[in-house]
Design a protein around this ligand. Structure first.
Ligand code: ACM
Length: 379
């Protein structure tokens, strides 16, 4: 299970409660999405402005991103987990058999970083500002510029992260990096030329390979969103596929190992009711419990070639743009999280949705109630 703590920030006690959910459901990995356009959520020693500036935004969108006019709560919002808190959470997870994999998303999704350190952006004279609205992709500049200072920054930051987290893998994001800002930047274009890179896609790969190299110095390997295979990168990095089966088939065909986290049905920021007016506000889409339960992890085009082992597992993602409070996270993940667990742990021919619903009601919903957790009670 994944949790975005950037768009909204949750207290340490809730992170522990969330880890308890993972333990109960026999998940083994917690993917902690710690940085994005809307803030840095982890204490950093080497670049302190990531916290004094990058962890805070001036206001936050309220209502839906598509509402016109858009409305904002004009209040400073943010925070970050201290290193002491991170260590406490790592310890809490470790004794429960959960590996915590941190994500620091680069080279896009970096608006908070370039607000703290404009010199790492393609336009250092700009004042930027930590993002206070959602869906930044392509509309506003949020990319790192390829300069010696940026690469020093990345090496230092990822070494710091690698020293703090015991996981074998570190997630480096790599998703939704718009190339237009690099195209517009004369210094970036000069860099592309100097390094003999074919284009901006090759530059994206260059970033990924640099960071993979820095992490290798610390004996760590890389997980990235599937976009990192756009260019030519070596297949020791694991891809996290948030698209459909076609991308997974392509990735496995190219020799990558893949974790499946498909938008449909494993994005838990989507609606649970077919009728959004009967549900709490969500980003869009419809991922009902039944679709989650019936998801088949390994595409037949992969298993028929004897390559099923290249699909390492599955994960549901919890992007929190529309989850202001922990109770809303609970409502969005329960009971879908229970369905993910059963679907990933059960051989396809043994899955039985009717029986799952019966057991959910008899044994699991009482647990949610005992935990004092809210949950979706619809169909
Ligand atoms: C993603 O949803 N951009 C990974």
């Amino acid at each position: 299970m994944h949790l975005d703590v950037v768009r909204h920030f949750f207290p340490v006690d809730y992170i522990k409660k969330y880890i308890d959910y993972l333990t109960f459901h026999k998940f083994n990995t917690f993917h902690w999405h710690l940085t994005d356009d809307q803030g840095w959520r982890i204490e950093v020693l080497s670049y302190p402005k990531l916290n004094t500036i990058g962890s805070w935004r001036d206001s936050t969108l309220i209502g839906h991103f598509k509402d016109t006019p858009a409305r904002y709560e004009k209040k400073r919002y943010g925070g970050y987990y201290t290193r002491t808190e991170v260590k406490e959470i790592l310890q809490y997870a470790a004794v429960r058999g959960i590996t915590v994999i941190p994500e620091v998303d680069i080279p896009g999704h970096s608006r908070a970083t370039i607000t703290a350190y404009p010199e790492f952006s393609t336009d250092p004279s700009n004042k930027w500002g930590v993002a206070y609205t959602w869906g930044m992709y392509n509309r506003q500049n949020n990319v790192l510029a390829p300069t010696p200072e940026t690469f020093t920054f990345l090496r230092t930051i990822f070494h710091e992260i690698a020293d703090l987290f015991p996981s074998e893998y570190i997630h480096i994001g790599g998703d939704e990096c718009s190339k237009m800002w690099w195209k517009q930047s004369a210094t970036t274009q000069a860099f592309v030329k100097e390094k003999g890179l074919k284009d901006e896609v090759a530059l994206q790969s260059y970033f990924i390979e640099q960071v993979a190299g820095y992490l290798k110095e610390k004996n760590k390997k890389v997980i990235g969103w599937h976009e990192i295979m756009e260019g030519k990168i070596d297949t020791s990095s694991i891809l996290m596929n948030w698209a459909d089966d076609k991308k997974a088939i392509e990735a496995v065909g190219r020799g990558f190992s893949v974790i499946m986290t498909p938008g449909k049905p494993f994005y838990f920021d989507h609606y649970q009711s077919k009728d959004p007016s009967k549900d709490s506000l969500a980003i869009h889409g419809y991922n009902p419990l039944e679709a989650v339960y019936k998801y088949e992890l390994v595409p037949s085009a992969i298993s028929s070639k004897g390559l099923g082992h290249k699909i390492l597992g599955g994960q549901a993602n919890v992007w929190t743009e529309y989850m202001e409070y922990a109770t809303k996270v609970d409502y969005m993940v329960l009971p879908r999280m229970t369905a993910v667990s059963e679907t990933l742990w059960t051989a396809p021919d043994r899955k039985d949705y009717g029986d799952f619903l019966r057991r959910l009601k008899a044994f699991v919903i009482p647990r949610y109630e005992q935990w004092g957790s809210s949950y979706y009670k619809g169909e």
